[in-house]
Design a protein around this ligand. Structure first.
Ligand code: FAD
Length: 421
């Protein structure tokens, strides 16, 4: 059984592990260079980007038949027991209000996305039946003849004239094209999936894509020891409580902060595109904007850093994708963002992608490992997963209101206290 996995993000890496554990020949093709190789990975890619990891994603790793993987991943996470809502009272004093996620004390975890991805790749790399190909871009796939084509980029910028000549000779100045056959191809290649694009030529796929009118930009709050401001809940070297997901809601915009194991916080500004355009036109207005909207946040980031980080870090869109089906016959499946990219407000994009892997293999395990068995498995996976993917997509959009406005509304607080009662 030969399986091609396109994309070595968290979902592709976990899928490779599941396939390899079943004795399959697994080949992973990834567009980018190996993020574990500091000599080929751009600095801005090694930087920590924190995500909320929940039971959905944890359970998928628990069932990967890799003994120490989960313990290693979890040992590098920080529990977040609730939200901390930051604001200001009528006297202008900064306020912090903790809202527990769960009456029984259950929590979600802050995880460094790159670190999680590296741990998964290390696990996969150690298996003899997996081949990892970095800097390979899928350019075509034939789902009937079961063939896929990849373009191999030259591995790195040549350091010498001889190395440049060798590169030239090897590739004749053009990227090298590679053909590979497969029994099953898994598209784990993210929101702009190439596997999905090619699959659409073979199945009548319904496809819906929308951008919400909100952009995001990343900021960093340094550890308390680095001299920027702190809040009353600061402790253990963190500038504010390490065990909360911090939210500065305004009704229109939102700023959030998630703790990192190095005691910093990875933060995200979400605001309408028109707001971003205004700030881009007049960067001097960035600090006053923060002070007016997110009380205390600029002190945490550092006054000089707010404008700098806004200009330095990219301003990115948020896409939401629904499609159906996610499968083709016995030969192709799309999972993760490739099948259901969602806005990040429910903290479930990656978690749902990891869960796709667990559920897909549940269906594959329940059927014979023949072409007909795989066709039945993919059909039943599709029937179970498409409605769930659409639902979590809708919930993610609905949670935007809750996070940026609802958490402040008296109605929300009333409902919450009734639920908890
Ligand atoms: P990706 O991570 O996009 O990986 C796809 C891989 O495929 C990439 O490595 C890419 O290089 C490769 N690739 C693409 N095209 C090709 C090609 N043609 N050939 C070969 N390789 C290719 N999720 C959570 O669960 N919790 C959170 O708290 C959370 N917060 C978020 C915050 C923000 C601001 C954003 C934007 C997202 C957030 N998410 C969160 C969502 C999460 O980041 C994604 O759902 C997750 O990264 C998807 O993983 P993936 O492996 O499916 O796709």
């Amino acid at each position: 059984m030969k399986c091609l996995i396109v994309g070595a993000g968290p979902v592709g890496a976990l899928a490779a592990l599941y396939g390899a554990r079943r004795g399959w020949d697994v080949e992973v093709y990834e567009l980018r260079s190996d993020l574990r190789d500091v000599s080929t990975t751009p600095l801005n890619f090694t930087k920590s980007i924190n995500l909320a990891l929940s039971e959905r994603g944890i359970n998928a790793m628990r069932q990967s038949q890799s003994q120490n993987l989960l313990d290693t991943v979890l040992s590098d996470t920080i529990p977040m027991y609730g939200r901390m809502i930051h604001g200001q009272d009528t006297a202008g004093q900064l306020t912090e209000q903790s809202q527990q996620y769960d009456v029984h004390g259950r929590f979600i975890r802050a995880v460094d996305r790159a670190n999680l991805n590296k741990l998964l790749l290390d696990e996969v790399d150690a298996l003899p039946n997996v081949k990892l190909h970095f800097q390979h871009r899928l350019t075509g796939a034939d789902f009937k003849r079961r063939k896929a084509w990849f373009e191999q980029k030259s591995s790195r910028t040549p350091q010498t004239a001889d190395a440049a000549q060798a590169n030239q000779d090897q590739h004749d100045g053009r990227p090298k094209e590679i053909e590979s056959d497969f029994d099953l191809i898994l598209g784990c290649d993210g929101a702009h999936s190439s596997v999905r694009y090619h699959m659409m030529k073979y199945v009548r796929m319904d496809y819906e894509q929308s951008y919400i009118d909100t952009l995001w930009c990343e900021f960093t709050v340094p550890p308390a020891s680095e001299g920027s401001g702190t809040t009353p809940s600061a402790r253990d070297g963190f500038a504010t409580s390490p065990n909360h997901l911090h939210i500065w809601p305004t009704g229109n915009n939102m700023f959030i902060a998630i703790p990192s194991v190095d005691k910093s916080f990875t933060c995200t500004l979400f605001a309408p595109s028109a707001e971003f355009a205004t700030l881009e036109k007049d960067p001097d207005s960035v600090l006053p904007f923060f002070q007016a909207n997110f009380p205390g946040a600029a002190e945490l980031i550092g006054y000089n850093e707010v404008r700098k980080q806004f200009l330095q870090n990219p301003h990115l869109p948020l896409i939401s994708i629904k499609c159906s089906p996610h499968t083709h016959s016995s030969t192709g499946v799309i999972i993760g963002d490739a099948a259901h990219a969602m806005v990040p407000f429910y903290g479930q994009g990656m978690n749902a992608g990891l869960e796709d892997v667990r559920i897909l293999f549940q269906h594959l395990d329940a059927n014979p490992s023949t072409s007909a068995g795989r066709e039945a498995a993919l059909a039943s996976y599709n029937a179970e997963r498409v409605p769930d993917a659409h639902t979590i997509n809708d919930l993610a959009l609905a949670n935007y209101w809750e996070m940026h406005a609802g958490v402040r509304s008296p109605l929300y607080l009333l409902r919450k206290s009734v639920e908890e009662f």
